[in-house]
Design a protein around this ligand. Sequence first.
Ligand code: EPZ
Length: 420
Amino acid sequence: MNYLQINGGNKLNGSVRISGAKNAALPLLASTILSKNPLTIKNVPNVKDINTLLKLLSNLGSTFTFSDNKVIINSSTITSTMANYDIVKTMRASILTLGPLLSAFGHCEISLPGGCAIGQRPIDLHLKALELMGAEIEIKQGYVVAKAKKGLKGANIVFDKITVTGSENIIMAAALAKGETKIVNVAKEPEVIQLCQVLQDAGVQISGVGSNELVINGTDREKLDMKDFSVIPDRIEAGTYLCAGAITNSKITVLDIIPEHLEAVFNKLEDMGFSLKIHENSVILEPAQKIEARSIVTSEYPGFPTDMQAQFMALMTQANGVSIVEERLFENRFMHVSELQRMGASIMLRGSSATVQGKIQLYGADVMATDLRASSALILAGLIAKGTTKIHRIYHLDRGYENLEKKFKDLGVDIIRLDE
Ligand code: EPZ
């Protein structure tokens, strides 16, 4: 297994280009199951989770090529609807094949996704909604066995909680269902919106896109004529690099972004004393005179993103004063805290909130990545820690950050990937 070694203390400079959004590309690749024709998808990040989903789709019978961030995929050749454990266990987002497979084929067996470091990650809301659409759902030996012999039918669905992949699963299921599906309390993340737009371009009637209520008129198992498209930029990757500039109090430029997807992150950075020059698809971060302690409460989009919570916690160790971090979406998304404490951070946990004392000098240490975003927080801490930081189990990072070392190296970071 390899690890990342970072020698802290460098100022950053220059610019970084943001890749396509993993969390947009995953549902969009799954949606090709609904298509009767091959299509080309551009700006797909070459990261582990994407390659895992492509492997799963090819096991079902899809054919694809993937090079230079471009996927040419034909899922009309799918013959199997069984997503087995050995792939699903490595990536829980495989559950995104449930809605499209059930809607297109009337049956599927998907291994239950495990939980993960940040929480139990149930899928009860996905399953309840599909049952309302006429599916018979059974859990058998760790598999979701779903049937809808006569196809799914439109239904009125009210999500008890906002769920991103739950919304995406039901949107894809509704696209081929018979009749009208209304989804209330639907997620409004940009990744969900792009899925709706791609399905609209393929001829699915969807109204309310961007609101918390969608109405979808299904095609009654008539497969879609999906059009080529390009994946939106990764707002969480962009936020992570902005935090790298912020924690080192450097001037950096982040290119290939959609600024309105980052409003909550921009507002928080400006509130902490950084100034941002925002252009059409880039932003320049300027150093703060003094980094002010601020608090964050994670919430669904357009609120402060839970996927940026760990990165901001690392940044807050360098702010002057006490910051409070409230994690409202996941029950265990503080795995980075103990690792940051090993580097000298002063953080106190009480239930779903963490109190971060700043400004504290951090020191390089051997630390362990536990989940995708916690790992990126450890890199940020390593940028300003005195001495050398070694981050182990970086396969978590490789799931969602494309060309990570090269992007950091090009910004002036002393970083190298080594073998244990
Ligand atoms: C998506 O996960 C993202 N993953 C996560 O990003 C992100 O953190 C999360 O949304 C929240 O924004 C992908 O898009 C692939 P949820 P998802 O369903 O859909 C509860 C990353 O770092 N819930 O919106 O699994 C759940 O337990 C990953 O890229 C139920 O109770 O999250 C959580 O508390 C990490 N029952 C809350 O809802 C359900 O059936 C939000 O979860 C579904 C969810």
